[in-house]
Design a protein around this ligand. Structure first.
Ligand code: FAQ
Length: 321
């Protein structure tokens, strides 16, 4: 901004905060505090990594989907998640970080991704449970992020939410079919719910009181609702959906609280959360190793792209000369 040079750092910060308070979007070339930029790179890139690593547990079932229709749907769904990763990496790149740096941070373990993707997909019902519960939890969070203060992130979220909502329905439809099936199919669906319920609740992060970034992120409107608020919203909506399936959620403490107007629910196993989040989940090593392998195998594509760009540039330079 032309007038930013004449302003002191304190004045710039004050003007920035008043723009945020006024619900104006911050755009890539606008002045922003270094902390805002770094926090956004952290959150957006971890979000991107989650989308891309999240392709693995579901990708595991593409070759084993029970029908051609299910296979085509799953293929499209997994591809969508890759697309979400790409929009998000692009949004992060507008903040002055390169794709190579982001990928290196994922592969070294410096950057996190959603701990849910460190759990294995053991049965076909897990594909239903992931679509219904994992995409369901992701949407609750992402609907609120459509109003995040950083323009490119907010706009990316609008499109991502439309696709995630289709994903959630396809997952629920798988669960509905299994719930109307035979005893073995119902048992398989219930087992998936039992295994994916608690990790889904972990997707919202630690309790607000334990959340390192929430205070500042809420002030800057990077986050619009707190971890606990969003988790509660997800529990309230999911209880009704599980009733339609005539199945149960694996929580003996789950109970409607008339006074609060919400469901009470049991405590998450935070030790398991911390373990899974920091590389100690059941499939953590496998997920990162697979990413490294796929990335190495794609080196020739990146090389070809660079050669093509170089050729285009030299042709454009010749035409301009
Ligand atoms: N897993 O201070 P907070 C999807 C970390 S997309 C691992 O509360 P913050 C689509 C957190 O990063 C799912 N780490 O942090 C799909 C931080 O670590 P750091 C992803 C977690 O950022 C579906 C530390 O704990 N969605 O599923 C987790 O304010 C199906 C302290 O936490 C997003 O990323 C966790 N669950 O709040 C794809 C949404 N929770 O950076 C395929 C955008 C927390 O200090 C198939 N992100 N941590 O090392 C957000 O809304 C926020 O970043 C939160 C965390 C809410 C995730």
């Amino acid at each position: 901004m032309s007038d930013s040079k004449a302003m002191t750092e304190a004045e710039l910060i004050e003007r920035f905060q008043s723009r945020i308070d006024d619900e104006q979007k911050i755009e890539p070339k606008d002045w922003m505090p270094e902390g805002y930029r770094k926090n956004l790179i952290r959150q957006i890139s971890q979000h991107a990594h989650s989308e891309v690593i999240g392709m693995q547990p579901e990708g595991n079932w593409i070759t084993r989907a029970p029908t051609l229709r299910r296979k085509a749907i799953l293929l499209a769904k997994v591809q969508d998640e890759g697309g979400h990763g790409l929009y998000l990496y692009s949004a992060a790149e507008t903040l002055g970080v390169s794709r190579e740096e982001l990928i290196a941070a994922l592969q070294s373990g410096e950057a996190k991704y959603a701990s849910i993707f460190n759990y294995p997909t053991l049965t076909w019902a897990d594909i239903g449970a992931i679509g219904w519960l994992v995409d369901g939890a992701a949407i609750v969070n992402q609907v609120s992020l459509q109003r995040t203060s950083y323009g490119p992130y907010a706009r990316g979220m609008v499109r991502i939410c439309k696709e995630e909502s289709f994903h959630q329905r396809q997952g629920y439809e798988i669960m509905l079919a299994l719930s109307r099936g035979n005893e073995a199919q119902r048992a398989m669906a219930q087992d998936s719910i039992n295994r994916f319920w608690w990790p889904s609740l972990m997707m919202f992060g630690p309790h607000d009181a334990e959340s390192a970034h929430s205070g500042q992120s809420m002030k800057w409107k990077i986050k619009r609702q707190s971890n606990d608020e969003l988790r509660q919203k997800f529990v309230d909506q999911t209880v009704k959906q599980v009733e339609v399936l005539d199945m149960t959620l694996p929580d003996p403490d789950l109970k409607w609280n008339e006074g609060r107007g919400h469901y009470d629910f049991g405590e998450i196993d935070w030790e398991e959360f911390k373990r899974s989040m920091s590389g100690g989940g059941p499939c953590s090593r496998q997920r990162v190793a697979h990413h490294v392998k796929a990335h190495e195998e794609g080196a020739w594509v990146r090389e070809a792209l660079r050669a093509y760009q170089k050729k285009q540039k030299s042709q454009a330079d010749k035409a301009a000369a």
